[in-house]
Ligand binder design. Structure first.
Ligand SMILES: *Cc1c(COP(=O)(O)O)cnc(C)c1O
Ligand SMILES: [Zn+2]
Length: 501
């Protein structure tokens, strides 16, 4: 829709102009640093950073109702820079001019209601928000759109040159980083570090297809992360992991989209998110807090983090209810089908601690909780969801398993409606489904396939006297007819078809 058809009072606000005073803020020592260069850790104490708009309060000059209108009307724009996550420009990147914004179709992901069978199984009504329908098929594109738009801004305005974008990955970060880097062409090269044998064939193919240098490391994700951290301290590279605080800003858009979809009434929602490196849960909490602070929403939803018992450091930390007794300890991960979240020492843990305190102060103790699930529950829940019209990955299955548990443990009330993060597309994790179906999941996953959830292809075999087009290509018409009749009879038998007469 053209600007001159918007309500007159809104027109001047529909296309945002750069504003705000952004800086990196250290969570440990409170140090503040300018954003003229990319920083990942505090130059003073080495801690993890967040980005803060020191002029945030200017946004409060407008009431929440006007912000709601701005975001709603912006959804009708055809301006590519404002089609995706940057329709919330003021909240997540207001210093970035529109002509630096990279839009590859991220955001605006669908929210799909679960049907009756699934709803009864879970206990309460719920939706999957399909973040696997982002361009590289995971939610990581939200954060990458932000981090690469900022990088593009530095290239265009600050003379940044010869950028090598690098990341460690459980598979999806690298697919996303490589995609966005390749879009920027010669200005940005990319390299990704992957744990050998711990990403799916699809996830390995993605960065290769985007032309990135793909380097396999012997170890798990936590080991790859240590290597890129070392590289980013000693070499000229742009780190694209969620340690890069620009990633967090972009991923906040997930919360904004939920709020907008539910017409800014999120009081009865339970938002369920898998936790790996904890960047996503950080962004989700921060996103809702910002909306609340600007009175765009009047109450906060309950947020559930979910972890597998094979990679559960955040769960273990919050298991202790007395804050003064809590001790954070990294864990050694065991193989998990929720492989994208198979992380024992989440980089964003200090951010989570800070934001959870803030969140609970506003909305109460119950407003943030962590649920633990088994590998068996994850696989079964994913397969169940996908048998009922969804396209959940194993981490999406983890969310459903988490909701199922939370309801059984009476940690989520019957009056709630849940929104589950289907963080990637089912196809990326097809290998786990295949192994479950064929009974070949390695024992360390501790998953026993359930007959009723398994599904394998059936085969039509022809005996010697029946012609077979796979064996002989040029069948005579009568031979071919014999084959069709035989195959049809066999299929009808397999499907138990009734004849028409
Ligand atoms: C990265 C990822 C996660 C974990 O997100 P964090 O921000 O690392 O906690 C979960 N699911 C999928 C599909 C992912 O790619
Ligand atoms: Zn510091």
């Amino acid at each position: 829709m053209k600007i001159d058809r918007f309500p007159e009072a809104l027109r001047s606000r529909i296309l945002p102009v750069p504003s705000g005073d952004y800086g990196y803020q250290c969570l440990e020592c409170g140090g503040e640093f300018g954003i003229d260069e990319l920083l990942y850790t505090c130059p003073g104490c080495g801690s993890v950073l967040m980005i803060r708009d020191r002029d945030w309060n200017r946004l409060k000059a407008l009431p929440g109702s006007v912000w709601r209108e701005i975001f709603d009307y912006r959804s009708m724009l055809t301006n590519p820079a404002l089609r995706g996550i940057y329709r919330y420009h003021e909240l997540i990147g207001s210093v970035i001019p529109l002509d630096s914004i990279i839009y590859l179709g991220e955001g605006h992901t669908p929210v799909i209601a679960a049907g009756e069978i699934l709803r009864d199984w879970a206990g309460i009504p719920f939706y999957f928000k399909n973040d696997g329908q982002n361009p590289s098929a995971s939610f990581k594109d939200r954060g990458m759109a932000s981090a690469f738009s900022y990088l593009n801004y530095l290239i265009r305005n600050r003379g940044l040159q010869d950028v090598l974008a690098i990341c460690a990955s459980t598979g999806d970060t690298s697919a996303s980083a490589a995609l966005y880097a390749s879009y920027l062409g010669d200005q940005v090269k990319s390299a990704v570090l992957l744990p050998r044998g711990r990403v799916t064939p699809q996830q390995l193919g993605q960065p290769l297809g985007s032309g990135a240098k793909v380097i396999e490391i012997p170890g798990v994700f936590d080991d790859c992360m240590k290597v890129v951290e070392h590289l980013s301290e000693h070499y000229c590279v742009a780190l694209m992991n969620s340690k890069n605080a620009w990633r967090i800003l972009g991923q906040e858009s997930y919360s904004y989209e939920i709020a907008q979809w539910f017409e800014y009434d999120v009081s009865d929602l339970a938002v369920v998110v898998p936790i790996g490196n904890a960047g996503n849960i950080t962004a989700v909490l921060q996103g809702f807090l910002k909306l609340h602070d600007l009175q765009i929403i009047s109450s906060l939803p309950v947020v559930f983090g979910v972890q597998s018992e094979h990679a559960n450091p955040v769960y273990l930390y919050y298991l202790e209810s007395r804050p003064e007794r809590r001790r954070y300890r990294p864990v050694t991960v065991r193989p998990s089908v929720a492989q994208a979240a198979m992380i024992g020492n989440p980089v964003s843990m200090p951010r989570v601690m800070r934001l959870v305190d803030q969140y609970r102060r506003v909305a109460g103790e119950e407003a943030f909780q962590v649920v633990e699930v088994t590998e068996q529950e994850i696989m079964d829940a994913m397969l169940l969801a996908n048998r009922h019209g969804h396209i959940a990955c194993t981490q999406g299955g983890e969310c459903l398993a988490g909701l199922h548990r939370a309801f059984r443990e009476k940690r989520v009330g019957a009056g709630k409606t849940a929104v589950l993060d289907a963080t990637a597309h089912a196809l990326k994790f097809a290998v786990f489904q295949e192994k479950y179906f064929s009974g070949s999941l390695e024992p360390e996953f501790e998953v026993v396939p359930k007959k009723e959830l398994q599904n394998t292809p059936l085969c039509v075999e022809t005996p010697d006297e029946i012609p077979n087009p796979a064996k002989s290509r040029d069948l005579q018409p009568e031979d071919y007819a014999k084959f069709v009749e035989y195959a049809s009879k066999t299929v009808a038998g397999l499907l138990d078809l009734k004849s028409r007469s």
